[in-house]
Design a protein around this ligand. Sequence first.
Ligand code: MN
Length: 314
Amino acid sequence: MKRWVIVTHTHPDADAALAAWIAARYLVPSDEQDRIFYAFVPAGQGFPGENDPDTTVIAVDTGGGAFDHHDEQRARDETISASSLTYQAALSAGNSVQHLKPLVDVVVAGDHGRAPEWSRLLGVHALISVLRNRHHDYDEQALRAMFEVFDLFNQSLVMHASLEREFQRCVVPVSNRVAFIQGGSSAVTRYALEQGYALILFETNLQRRADGCASVAVGIQRAEGAPMDCRDVVRALRALALDSEGGAPPGALEEIDGWYCHPSGFFAGRGTSKSRANPSPLDGAVRNWLLQTLVRLVDAQLRPTVAAGRSAGF
Ligand SMILES: [Mn+2]
């Protein structure tokens, strides 16, 4: 019976553990996961049973092979470690592991004494350090516990990478504070606000809500902590739509009047689960007017010296 042995050094650190995890998850076929064994050797050594024809040995962070970086040539290179070498091998084997790069980068930095403070306090280095102490005399238990940590980071990074792709696909910057999102999820709206936009105009595709009504959600959402209230923005939009000099196209007032204003001021809009269903998409002329007007309103609001003189009602 064929088997795999993943070897690393005793008392594995973040680099050894992450390299072992990448090897297990991506260099061993998924239907052979139950044939993986782990072995721990003093740092620098290889695995004694390396000549067994039924055993494929992958040594990481020790043994001097492809996934070790302690030889003369590589030891001084601060851009690599066992994790990055294993990651590159997983990439070269055709695995889609690009989402793991932030994790690999922080572990490589840590392996060269440059772990960022946030990671030592609240990130991967903090967790690995606790697990190393907890399972000090039981390397395999330590490694398996660390694998659970990497499985969780993996899930989180997969979600983050898919949000980033959605962001690239759906978010249209209108100014550096205002963006338009068409056909995106509420998660990508939150993500865009976290990237620094102060206000988002969003329009979803036609969808069937939980109450069975078909609806297109349209509205605005402001960033957490941005000094503006969407109820004031809606009041200002309404005043401009009513003003014959405001340049609002036909339908602008009806659009704004269909919006529900959340009492906390973070959101105003229509078609979401808590507001009236409306299957109509946003009219193109109304959308352009809204975006131009929102850019002006947000600029006035977020430029304190100008806003102070003009902020009546906004
Ligand atoms: Mn290392």
